[in-house]
Design a protein around this ligand. Structure first.
Ligand code: NDP
Length: 247
């Protein structure tokens, strides 16, 4: 896919799925602005790899739960590259527990990072995208947002919320050349799922028709497609990238 002349913001771009998305977009020639929470070394490495892949890259520390930091991220990207064509809302966290043991703070932290973070980033990019009458927003949801999962009431609420937000903004921006879609990954091998026991991984594989966990690159390909010019007539959709798990 060709992203020459396009500028992309990828939140949570330092590691995992976000890193793979940065590299996929950079491979197509995009300018990539990746933000991250605190892992400077990983973010710098991803930026270097994105430049090696063919794009220009900038790594900026930005907490997506903080509106002022998000605005400054967008302002810096606009100053540096002049426009923002693509936003990938990928930053996310988990704080798993059964509801009866879940501290209120863990509910709020997950909603803040996964749902409010995406809201703040979309709010900050929608004006420049509407003005240029072009934009691609891709939000990371999850199969858990579609099906629920014991021990993840907070995470499921945030990821189901992302779907509602995606469809609503898709309707608001459809006439302006801006598409808004979501990708719902299944089990993907990243730091987020590294804590799963071997038993849990085997059980997960049993529920996946393709019989394997996904790789970050499996998700990055779907995100890049929805972020491409070719996906111009697709909006408000949720694309499951899960080896068939949620069908
Ligand atoms: P990782 O835990 O590997 O990486 C998380 C990324 O998000 C890191 O770059 C981290 O930055 C960043 N981040 C976390 N909190 C913030 C914040 N407040 N502000 C800015 N950046 C932040 O996650 P994955 O790659 O596994 O997941 C990526 C997305 O995909 C998430 O939204 C997740 O919910 C979703 N997803 C993942 C699945 C999986 O199986 N892995 C399945 C379904 C959905 P830093 O490196 O600085 O900590």
């Amino acid at each position: 896919m060709n992203f020459t002349g396009k500028t992309a913001i990828v939140t949570g771009g330092s590691r995992g799925i976000g890193r793979a998305v940065c590299l996929e977009l950079a491979k197509g020639g995009a300018n990539v602005v990746l933000c991250y929470a605190g892992n400077d070394a990983a973010a710098q490495k991803t930026a270097e790899a994105a430049e090696a892949a063919g794009g220009k890259a900038l790594a900026l520390r930005c907490d997506v739960t903080n509106g002022a930091q998000v605005q400054s991220l967008i302002d810096t990207a606009l100053e540096r590259f002049g426009r923002i064509d693509i936003l990938v809302n990928n930053a996310g966290i988990t704080r798993d527990n059964l509801l009866m043991r879940m501290p209120e703070a863990d509910f709020e932290a997950v909603i803040d990072a996964n749902l409010k973070g995406a809201f703040l980033c979309m709010k900050a990019v929608c004006r420049p995208m509407m003005k240029q009458r072009y934009g691609r927003i891709v939000n990371l949801s999850s199969v858990v947002g579609l099906r629920g999962n014991a021990g993840q009431v907070n995470y499921a609420a945030s990821k189901a919320g992302v779907i509602g937000m995606t469809k609503s903004l898709a309707k608001e921006l459809a006439s302006r050349g801006v598409t808004v879609n979501a990708v719902a990954p299944g089990f993907i091998e990243t730091d987020m799922t590294a804590a799963m026991t071997e038993g849990a991984k085997t059980a997960a594989k049993g529920s996946i028709p393709m019989g394997r966990l996904g790789a970050p690159e499996d998700v990055a390909g779907a995100v890049a497609f929805l972020a491409s010019e070719e996906a111009a007539y697709i909006t408000g959709q949720v694309l499951a990238v899960d080896g068939g798990m949620a069908m």
